[in-house]
Design a protein around this ligand. Structure first.
Ligand code: GDP
Ligand code: IMO
Ligand code: MG
Length: 445
């Protein structure tokens, strides 16, 4: 077992950063494969707190190699800001961060267009992070985009012209100024010079590392229900967030990916618009938001909250091939009398156990709940599964049954050490040989 994907099974913010940080000491390198700085991955240990957007969460571990794969979209200025912030916190990424020459560049007009479209859409807006993600991926698919490796091209001016023409046209239609081509050309040249020491042909690098017997941890961003193909389209992000995206987004072929750890929050959150079957509007939603500190890491927006949607999670297990789940934020439910899991949707009077393809149908879905008793005691920091209250263990068992995958990790707080690693084959399968013991030792369990 050498390469494992960690990805979100819901609408993002499941706690991917925490889990990647926890298990990455067992791997030689951590690799992002899609998305850009729309991601916000929080890592906490001791009294330290980091929010990572582009750089893999593995960067916080001294000496760990980190890769930004070809499937990503990267705003150069955002990357430099993040690296400066890390350096100011004593984290030196020098010589161990490798950025794909094939990753696409997000340029300032992409952000302007993202914002202009959202403003023009009014109530119909997607609620994007306004990081230019959608426009950059569109230009990639339209074969107009610039890759990071192109920024140093002698033909940059000619390459930039059709892109600016296209973006300028749409900005103008939306009542915004056209981009200043000369200023952008200068900026691109500056970014090219700063990026030069970081750029690499990362598909070769990663496959060479695997040939040498090294192990890779792929860090997904967003979540399965935000996937461009499998998510709640059009209220999705513009990349492939699912396991298959790790192959496309890195050049590591699917056959070299050995296992998938799905991160599942014990309830559901969503930022931005789009259908949300289990959303809680009133006291309970506010309760989860407050107790779970559900505020966007990237945009500071309050997250919409609701009960766990096992129909969606079961679908995420299927489309990702999830081998085991890391269940996070169960401690947020500690004080509740009862807890609900949505096990089916009722749509137009019919009970269904599959996620419908259209948002119109999903918007009409009523949740069918299974209700479980709460445990009404403090579980924060629990490290031993057997020490969880019986009702909490039953909640975990119900989730395993409903989503169809074992919970190999149960997270009992935001910090590394607040984690239950469950003994057994599920976790052994996902970590390199002998690594479970070292991860356990690292967190003092
Ligand atoms: P990501 O985008 O999937 O990495 O998740 P975010 O970092 O955006 O959001 C997850 C939030 O939950 C962060 O503030 C984490 O510190 C926090 N968190 C992660 N696991 C747990 C947990 O088990 N319990 C609690 N209370 N907080 C957690
Ligand atoms: P992490 O990696 C939660 C959401 C946005 C919006 C939709 C499209 O921290 O889990 P985009 O800017 O990508 O075009 O926005 O996707 N979104 C996220 N929601 N967590 C994220 O990342 C997200 N990245 C994008 O809120 O609904
Ligand atoms: Mg996040």
């Amino acid at each position: 077992m050498t390469s494992t994907v960690v990805l979100g099974m819901q609408w993002g913010d499941e706690g991917k950063g925490k889990i990647v940080d926890l298990i990455c000491p067992a791997f030689d390198a951590v690799v992002r494969y899609q998305g850009g700085d729309n991601a916000g991955h929080t890592v906490k240990f001791g009294d330290r707190h980091f929010a990572l957007h582009l750089v893999p969460s593995g960067i916080l571990h001294p000496g760990k190699s980190c890769v930004l794969g070809n499937g990503m979209v990267v705003r150069p200025a955002a990357l430099f800001e993040e690296l400066d912030g890390l350096a100011a916190s004593g984290v030196d990424a020098g010589g161990r961060l490798f950025v794909s020459r094939r990753a696409h560049a997000i340029l300032p007009p992409h952000l302007e267009l993202d914002a202009a479209r959202e403003a023009a859409a009014g109530d119909g807006k997607i609620g994007t992070t306004v990081r230019g993600i959608g426009p950059a991926y569109e230009n990639k698919a339209a074969r107009l985009g610039l890759r990071l490796g192109d920024l140093a091209s002698a033909a940059l001016e000619e390459r930039l012209a059709p892109l600016l023409d296209h973006l300028g046209g749409e900005l103008e239609r939306l009542g915004r100024p056209r981009p200043d081509g000369a200023a952008l050309l200068d900026a691109c040249r500056g970014w090219a010079a700063s990026l030069d020491p970081l750029l690499a042909d990362t598909a070769y690098l990663l496959n060479d590392w695997l040939d040498d017997g090294r192990s890779l941890l792929f860090e997904g961003a967003q979540g399965a229900l935000l996937d461009l193909d499998h998510g709640t389209y059009p209220f999705v992000t513009s990349s492939s967030t699912t396991t298959a995206g790790a192959g496309v987004g890195t050049g590591v072929p699917p056959g070299r990916i050995d296992g998938v750890l799905g991160i599942l929050k014990a309830y559901t959150t969503r930022v931005g618009t789009g259908p949300f079957v289990t959303e809680l509007e009133e006291d309970h939603g506010e309760f989860l938001r407050r107790r779970g500190n559900e505020v966007g890491t990237t945009t500071g927006r309050p997250r919409r909250c609701g009960w766990l949607d096992a129909v969606a999670a079961r679908y995420a297990v299927m489309v990702n091939g999830v081998d085991a789940v890391a269940l996070t934020k169960m401690d947020v439910l500690d004080t509740l009398d009862e807890i609900r899991i949505c096990v089916a949707y009722r749509i137009d009077g019919e009970e269904r156990r599959q996620v419908p393809a259209t948002v119109e149908e999903l918007g009409r879905a009523e949740p069918v709940y299974r209700t479980l008793p709460g445990w009404r005691s403090d579980t924060v920091g629990t490290v031993d599964f057997d020490r969880l209250p019986a009702a909490a263990r039953s909640y975990v068992a119900a989730i395993e049954e409903e989503v169809g995958a074992p919970a190999a990790i149960v997270s009992s707080g935001p910090r590394r050490e607040e984690t239950i690693l469950r003994p057994g084959a599920a976790l052994e399968r996902l970590l390199p040989a002998g690594a479970v013991a070292s991860v356990r030792a690292a967190i003092g369990g």
